[in-house]
Ligand binder design. Sequence first.
Ligand SMILES: C[S@@+](CC[C@H](N)C(=O)[O-])C[C@H]1O[C@@H](n2cnc3c(N)ncnc32)[C@H](O)[C@@H]1O
Length: 253
Amino acid sequence: MYIERKMNAVRQKEQVVTFTDGNHQTSFDLYSPQALEILSQLWSKAMVNSKLHYDVKWMGIPIIQFPEDIVMMQELIWKIKPDVIVECGVAHGGSLIFYSSLMEIIGKGSVLGVDIDIRAHNRAAIEAHPLSKRIKLLQGSSIAPETMAQVKSTIAGAETVLVILDSNHSKEHVAKEIQLYKDFVSKDSYLVVMDGAQAFMHDLPWGKPEWKEDNPLKAIEEFLAQDKNFEMDPSYNRLKVTSNPKGFLKRIA
Ligand SMILES: C[S@@+](CC[C@H](N)C(=O)[O-])C[C@H]1O[C@@H](n2cnc3c(N)ncnc32)[C@H](O)[C@@H]1O
């Protein structure tokens, strides 16, 4: 569970960490579960603030993910062994290359990347990559009817489908994407909704106050409250440092 309180300082003395919030101080043993939770959240915020997660490549192509989340996606893809992954939000394409590299080892599968703006140099780098044979790119808004029609026809016939939402992170957009893409997800596979941690980034130096309410996490929570065909799988958040809190939604019915 992420901690909502604003932490202004962390001090360490004899294995005790003290978190200061205004005049209020809370101390935990450094090795306690509580300290692990809070430090993980603070690490996530510091990492996003420094934009370190923009400085990761997968097989030569930038992937905008926390390393911990990449490892968790690897576990998920290895478990599900999808015939198709649909990802909304391509950027440079590193995540598409990452999923394809696992599919190459698994020996099956293709990836459909949807993005409203696939830059020419990114497309060229993806298409020149040795793993491009497993990748199809589709330019358009992820929620536009013409995009949906193309997604449907591209994945027709695939038995095991995994969907990843990592495009526009406003609550409204993510809520629409969830409704439009949830039925593509096959039973026992997952709808992965990324960047719920935007909810905790509103007070970064370059954060936006509105992110506190306007974020993917709110869309996830509202969806889970009304759709009982999906449940949140917390095991993929167990490393605690994550951009995707509550983001791994398993289709159970
Ligand atoms: C966070 S980046 C994707 C990162 C990528 N999945 C990765 O892991 O490297 C978000 C992308 O979503 C795209 N995007 C924004 N709004 C969109 C929309 N309405 N439909 C589709 N893509 C959109 C942006 O153009 C941007 O490339």
